[in-house]
Design a protein around this ligand. Structure first.
Ligand SMILES: Nc1nc2c(ncn2[C@@H]2O[C@H](COP(=O)(O)OP(=O)(O)OP(=O)(O)O)[C@@H](O)[C@H]2O)c(=O)[nH]1
Length: 438
């Protein structure tokens, strides 16, 4: 059965990993329980924000709503896991907190080997970079530190870890490769399987290296090139440039942007602490704030807008009012949001994750049987699963239903789709599976 995607947060101590994790996992929206049965202590459930199927105007029974009213299906959207607010759905996704990476980690410094081992199952990384320049490479307080250096050393630690693991047995690997007349893909897949590498990942790695040289003739420099290509393929990385609320952040961000010109789409600016702060105030009833949103509304704002009881919000004292004003000026107005949701969305984009909505009843999108009167009013789009780009209808079926025999699959309009058809956003992504003989 295809594995659920796993995204790991990495970074030096004090870069803001825990704060980022909190801001991604704690949501003020009402959420259901999570779909994963066992969770390791260093794993957490984050919520990926996606446009929900319930808001697609082209769907049957989502006729144009009355002015000011949400589409009919949106009103009845009740996810089993996560939440759906105004058509934005929070879909649970597993996150892994990889603590303690410092320069020298691959040689065991700061328990680095143990933490690197945690990375094996990650499909993508979020590298939390402290762009305030107030913590050094080991996370100790300082001033004027250049955080662009962290991007370089952290990647090089991962490369050195994989390289070291491979080089300790390279002689034997080569001898076996020759003896069994294996292809480079077969041999490397065997060596990289411990990192969850599929054949497709190894093929993409070798495409990147683009060499005709037989594996047994690779010198050390060539093996290192292959490992570099493997790390880039297996661990696509989002750089979460955190602490943008700090006055020194701008110049450091500018330097990193110049350095990363060729891969600018992996940079996301964020202020994790601002997100945690805003969500806490919203929970305590001081402000109106949609997690990850652009706007904050206080009691004063709502009264000024004509809501007589100020939306039931509490009064702010001067200290809180000033903090919110600062946060509006330094983060929300300048960057459009605190950025944390974009960090996760960007990682999901890099992985090409596709949200698929399995429904029992393709006519109503509910989970009940057709024909019952109650079904037309009942909850819709109860489930949503995330699958990788290139997944087929059959892959989704096995993920959702396991080994049960499949009779046929329908999508919107009762149109039949084949097991081999690919799923994509807006295409074969609302599916009804019929179990049994066709
Ligand atoms: N100014 C500012 N400070 C932040 C931000 N995010 C985190 N911090 C602060 O940075 C410090 C370290 O944050 P943590 O989240 O504990 O960092 P960590 O990377 O988990 O640290 P370790 O647990 O040591 O690995 C704390 O004092 C946070 O309050 C941010 O967006 N802006």
């Amino acid at each position: 059965m295809p594995r659920d995607p796993l995204i790991a947060l990495v970074g030096k101590p004090s870069s803001g990993k825990s704060t980022t994790l909190n801001s991604l996992t704690d949501t003020t929206a009402k959420v259901g329980n999570f779909p994963f049965t066992t969770i390791d202590p260093n794993r957490a459930i984050g919520y990926l924000h996606i446009p929900c199927a319930c808001s697609r105007p082209a769907l049957p029974s989502n006729q144009p709503p009355a002015p000011g009213e949400p589409p009919p299906l949106q009103k009845r959207c009740r996810p089993n896991h996560g939440a759906c607010m105004s058509g934005t759905r929070s879909v649970p996704i597993e996150l892994l907190d990889v603590a303690g990476l410092v320069p020298g980690a691959h040689q065991g410094k700061g328990l680095g080997n143990k933490f690197l081992d945690d990375l094996r199952h990650a499909d993508a990384l979020i590298h939390v970079v402290d762009v305030s320049g107030t913590t050094d490479a080991e996370g100790k307080a300082t001033r004027g530190y250049d955080p662009s250096v962290d991007i370089v050393w952290l990647r090089s630690e991962i490369v050195s870890w994989v390289l070291r693991n491979l080089m300790t047995k390279w002689g034997g690997v080569k001898r076996r490769h020759i003896a069994v007349k294996a292809s480079a893909v077969e041999t490397l897949q065997g060596q990289f399987s411990g990192y969850g590498a599929t054949k497709a990942i190894v093929i993409r790695t070798l495409d990147r290296v683009n060499t005709k040289l037989p594996l047994q003739e690779w010198d050390d420099a060539m093996v290192e090139r292959v490992v570099n290509a493997f790390v880039d393929t297996k661990f696509p990385t989002v750089l979460a440039l955190n602490k943008i609320d700090h006055p020194d952040a701008d110049k450091n961000v500018a330097k990193i942007a110049r350095m990363e010109k060729a891969a600018a789409d992996r940079l996301v600016l964020c202020s994790a602490i601002s997100e945690v702060f805003l969500r806490r105030l919203a929970k305590q009833g001081y402000i109106r704030y949609q997690p990850g949103g652009e706007f904050v509304e206080t009691r004063e704002d709502l009264v000024a807008a004509g809501e007589r009881d100020g939306g039931g919000l509490k009064e702010l004292d001067d200290k809180l009012r000033t903090r919110i004003e600062n946060l509006r000026d330094l983060v929300l107005f300048r960057f459009g949001s605190t950025g944390v949701n974009q960090v996760l969305s960007r990682a999901a984009e890099m992985l090409g994750l596709v949200p698929v909505f399995p429904v029992r009843n393709i006519a109503t999108f509910g989970s009940g049987e057709a024909g019952t009167g109650a079904e037309s009013r009942a909850a819709v789009f109860r489930d949503c699963v995330l699958v990788r780009k290139g997944s087929t209808v059959g892959d989704v079926y096995r993920k959702v239903m396991g080994d049960a025999p499949l009779a046929f699959v329908e999508t919107v309009g009762g149109v039949r789709v084949g097991e081999e058809d690919e799923v994509g956003v807006g295409r074969n992504d609302i599916l009804s599976f019929k179990v049994g003989r066709a």
